[in-house]
Design a protein around this ligand. Structure first.
Ligand code: FAD
Ligand code: SIN
Length: 544
């Protein structure tokens, strides 16, 4: 076993701690939790136990995972086969996917579903032997395993129960990862091209008492999830500020495909701003729901022969176009013709949301509009979840694995996280014996940071970023809009760096810096993409 707290010192009333662990996991969604469990179960069978530390910025269950509704895609019956799931994934991704990654993920899916069942996850069944499979956009077969419309919450429940029960996993809630420690912290210049750079651990802030901890680790897994909060309207909860991507970017890892931000076509439209926006699952369209414009037209067939069940990039763009034409803030989702009792049983949360908003789904249509939902890009990893920094792995939404290409197929994200955390676990157990912990990590530098953070200014700047991204870097882009976004962001960069340099560290301040980096990467990579493909659509490229 490794030691926990080694020593502490104070500087300007900020307590600085040191800690050591074999494996450090940042994030408690499906990617972080499943990796922790795999390692812990392995550790149980070995003579030298592995010390695992999992830290997360709020409570364990606060994650995008907890919000997942539709379910998890896997081939589980004889009507379906791997080739169909592979082809659907490639087709949705505009064939920009890495085919061998797609094959690996699709073929591992049934085994990873068994892992979830082993950890106690429940999925709805239509009889004792068969899962109740749902269909979603872009899928040629019904292959989505689900637990009502609460699949993510059910997975999170099962996994957090297991993790809490495991003695080898130390859980640090309300611990916010600030930065990765690399050769840079020992005064060595490293660049994105430097081949031999390492991650030796991280700095983290205990947000309940202000302590800053230096955590030395042999292996670090980034499982920090998505970036939805860089947009004004998003289905992602407040934790989704792209911290892992920004940390990895600062540490000189390669980040790619950031232009491929997926907008979910059907977030519930509410005249008051809801953060996060409530999702009306794509499975509702799989159940028979039809998108209609304000003239009552089933407009999707004008855009794609698959109608309301076309892949997300196509549906979101079509809705955006219909909204611009009509000048309205939403379109409608019509489920009035479906079986009400079955609807209530499959979608109890969506049904409740409608009731709360005075919508009787037997008679009324549901107002919906697109919202930022998922990032296909992220930290570039290989098939083992290894980033371009040694001993730094990434899994889940923060990683860019090559599975999704230019647009993710619905319900492939939870699956991707499970498969890549499994791969990362296999890699970790072979690498761990070869890695030594560094015991000479420098403390976090707090010099010169004396002012109390200016919360109002921080919140206002976050709002500015969200507004820039929503206005200029949304579903349909133009060169002028992208340039405008880049120019506005430059000013924000200068102002927020000045604020960072003079202020005491806080979660909110670092999130602001992280959102700024994520916004910068999306804009820059969108400017570099010279074709309209999948989720990237620039009007100025229309006739090229
Ligand atoms: P998350 O589950 O987001 O977990 C990230 C964790 O990292 C959180 O615990 C967070 O607190 C922590 N964290 C972040 N930054 C820091 C930091 N600096 N320090 C410490 N901790 C940090 N996908 C599907 O496949 N099927 C679906 O049906 C589906 N439905 C969805 C519905 C909604 C409303 C949303 C928002 C997403 C949905 N998705 C779905 C996408 C899917 O849920 C996510 O992509 C997936 O859950 C991501 O898992 P993750 O483990 O990578 O990240
Ligand atoms: C949904 O239920 O529509 C979300 C599915 C997903 O994002 O994969």
């Amino acid at each position: 076993m490794c030691k926990t707290i080694v020593f502490s010192l104070t500087f300007d009333n900020i307590l600085l701690f040191m800690k050591q662990t074999d494996v450090l996991i940042i994030g408690s969604g499906i990617a972080g939790l499943s990796y922790a469990l795999k390692l812990a179960e392995h550790s149980d069978k070995t003579d030298v136990p592995i010390k695992i530390t999992l830290l997360t910025k709020k409570e364990l269950k606060v994650s995008n995972t907890s919000y997942a509704q539709g379910g998890i895609a896997s081939v589980t019956n004889r009507i379906d086969n791997f080739e169909k799931h592979i082809e659907d994934t490639l087709n949705a991704g505009a064939y920009l996917n890495n085919r061998s990654v797609v094959e690996m993920v699709v073929k591992q899916a049934p085994e990873r579903i068994k892992d979830l069942l082993h950890w106690g996850t429940r999925f709805d069944k239509k009889n004792p032997k068969e899962f109740d499979l749902a269909k979603e956009g872009g899928h040629s077969e019904a292959r989505i395993l689900h637990y009502k419309d609460l699949t993510g919450a059910e997975i999170e429940r099962a996994l957090t129960e297991q993790v809490k029960a495991h003695p080898n996993i130390e859980i640090l809630e309300y611990h916010f990862a600030l930065d990765l420690i690399t050769e840079h912290h020992f005064g060595k210049k490293i660049t994105r091209e430097t081949p031999d750079k390492h991650c030796y651990g991280i700095y983290a802030l205990n947000t309940q008492n202000g302590e800053i901890i230096t955590i030395a680790s042999k292996i670090t897994l980034l499982a920090t999830g998505g970036i939805g909060q860089v947009y004004e309207t998003t289905t992602n909860p407040e934790i989704a500020t792209g911290d892992g991507i920004a940390m990895a970017y600062r540490a000189k890892a390669i980040i790619k495909d950031m232009e491929f931000v997926q907008f979910h076509p059907t977030a519930f439209y509410s005249p008051k701003k809801e953060n996060p926006a409530f999702l009306v699952s794509e499975a509702v369209r799989g159940f028979g729901g039809i998108l209609r414009n304000h003239s009552g037209e089933d407009f999707m067939f004008r855009y794609d022969k698959r109608g309301s069940l076309a892949p997300r990039d196509i549906v979101a763009r079509a809705i955006d176009n219909e909204m611009k034409k009509s000048g309205k803030k939403h379109v409608w989702l019509d489920v009035t013709h479906t079986n009400l009792e079955k609807f209530k049983a499959h979608f109890p949360t969506i049904y409740e949301k409608c009731i709360e908003n005075g919508i009787d789904i037997g008679k009324d249509n549901i107002p919906v509009r697109p919202a930022a939902h998922y990032l296909c890009g992220g930290i570039s990893v290989d098939k083992n979840g290894e980033t371009t920094i040694k001993h730094l792995l990434a899994s889940g939404e923060t990683a860019c694995t090559g599975l999704h290409g230019a647009n993710r197929l619905a319900s492939n994200s939870l699956l991707e996280a499970l498969v890549f955390s499994h791969q990362a676990y296999l890699k970790s157990v072979t690498e761990l014996p070869k890695i030594s912990l560094r015991n000479d990590l420098p403390h976090w530098n707090v010099e010169g940071t004396k002012d109390a953070e200016e919360n109002v200014l921080i919140e206002e700047t976050k709002n500015e970023i969200q507004s820039i991204m929503s206005n200029y870097v949304g579903i349909v882009r133009t060169n002028e809009r992208l340039n405008r976004a880049a120019n506005r962001l430059k000013l924000i960069y200068e102002e927020s760096e000045a604020l960072y340099k003079r202020s005491k560290i806080s979660q909110s301040l670092i999130e602001l810096r992280n959102m700024r980096s994520v916004a910068y990467l999306i804009i820059k990579q969108a400017q570099q993409r010279k074709e309209n493909i999948g989720l990237h659509y620039n009007k100025d490229l229309e006739n090229q």
